[in-house]
Design a protein around this ligand. Structure first.
Ligand SMILES: Cc1cc2nc3c(=O)[nH]c(=O)nc-3n(C[C@H](O)[C@H](O)[C@H](O)COP(=O)(O)OP(=O)(O)OC[C@H]3O[C@@H](n4cnc5c(N)ncnc54)[C@H](O)[C@@H]3O)c2cc1C
Length: 321
């Protein structure tokens, strides 16, 4: 088995999701696992990937690959698959990765299984695990032909910092005419402080129980004290209280921090599926029958407006001491 992992980067950082997929790939079979970094001025990222377990990293480094557009990346990957006899290509989910994976599947007439949460070997074959029916069951999915392409849910795997080093090889950059006909006109970045919701070890999430957008300062303060990020439910995002990028759940992000603190969140199944992989779940809700308590490790029955500021104070005191 020769597996290739698409190592996506933002700026000069490889995405945690890609590195998690790389770690997972390393646990499957005895075949070779390589990563690929595609962009402009990205050579140093290959060394970084080596520290996370990539024995080999292909680098496609070209100014034409500067903009995060999918088709030029499909060109690079398709050629690598053909030249290097790669039979499996794995992606951690992102807007770009989903586009590239779909484009590659179309280009190579290959099967793409998406939204997977795991990949195992059974009877010498790769089997993907895909959550279905609002994540209440896992469906086994496979591939009828090679190359097999898979896109994993964000947060499915943790990166493994092995401290190794990678053999780096240049990947050819031969772009199709139609691939360079799209141009990125503008790119906007949301300004945010602290760790991103996908990477944060701690998430403090707020729901409608906060009572209004102005009360999000409560969860922001606690998140800051704990060195974490802020999450939100769809109800508050839809109401315009907090940005969509922070939504956790079925139609938002899947997260798996070490600690998830849910403040004024009822715990609907659509929210649960986005955060149930968290290490420890603490819920603060004034309703003792709130569904979130059914899957919390620690249930605090009470008013968020009283409890959250006290908790923040306590954390600050502890950290200060
Ligand atoms: C197709 C579909 C997709 C969806 N996708 C998502 C998704 O991705 N993510 C998501 O989150 N939701 C999603 N939803 C919505 C989901 O069903 C719920 O409506 C939503 O999660 C509820 O948000 P909430 O917990 O903030 O609000 P509510 O359900 O209104 O809960 C508020 C909670 O706060 C408590 N409360 C009130 N006041 C206080 C107080 N002062 N102190 C403490 N507790 C208090 C209440 O007891 C209650 O439990 C989706 C729904 C559908 C149909």
């Amino acid at each position: 088995m020769t597996t290739l992992v698409f190592l996506e980067h933002h700026g000069d950082e490889l995405l945690k999701g890609s590195l998690g997929v790389l770690a997972k790939a390393g646990t499957l079979g005895d075949g070779e696992v390589a990563g690929v970094v595609i962009g402009s001025g990205v050579r140093s990222l290959a060394d970084e990937a080596g520290k996370f377990g990539a024995a080999k990293v292909y680098v496609a480094d070209d100014p034409q690959l500067e903009a995060p557009l999918p088709q030029p990346r499909v060109d690079v990957l398709a050629q690598l698959v053909r030249d290097k006899g790669i039979d499996t290509v794995l992606f951690g989910n992102s807007v770009l990765a989903a586009d590239v994976a779909a484009g590659l599947a179309a280009r190579l007439d290959a099967g793409l299984n998406w939204d997977l949460s795991d990949l195992v070997e059974a009877d010498g074959k790769l089997v993907g695990k895909r959550p279905a029916l609002q994540d209440s069951v896992y469906v086994d999915v496979g591939w009828k032909s090679e190359p097999r392409i898979a896109l994993f849910r964000s947060g499915s795997f943790d990166p493994n910092a092995t401290g190794g080093s990678a053999e780096v090889e240049d990947a050819p950059v031969a772009l199709e005419d139609f691939s360079v006909s799209a141009r990125m006109v503008d790119q906007a970045h949301e300004e945010s402080e602290g760790p991103s919701i996908e990477d944060a070890p701690v998430i403090v999430a707020g729901g409608r129980g906060l009572g209004g957008p102005e009360n999000f300062t409560l969860v922001e303060d606690l998140a800051k004290a704990l060195g974490g990020a802020v999450g939100a439910t769809r109800a508050v995002v839809d109401a315009g209280w907090y940005p969509y990028s922070t939504q956790v759940g079925q139609t938002g992000k899947t997260v798996s921090p070490k600690l998830y603190i849910a403040c004024g969140i009822s715990g609907a199944i659509q929210h649960k599926v986005g955060m149930q992989g968290s290490g420890t779940i603490v819920a603060i809700n004034k309703d003792p029958n709130a569904p979130i308590f059914e899957y919390s490790d620690l249930a605090v029955v009470g008013d968020v407006h009283e409890i959250v500021p006290k908790l923040t104070e306590l954390v600050r005191e502890k950290k200060g001491s």
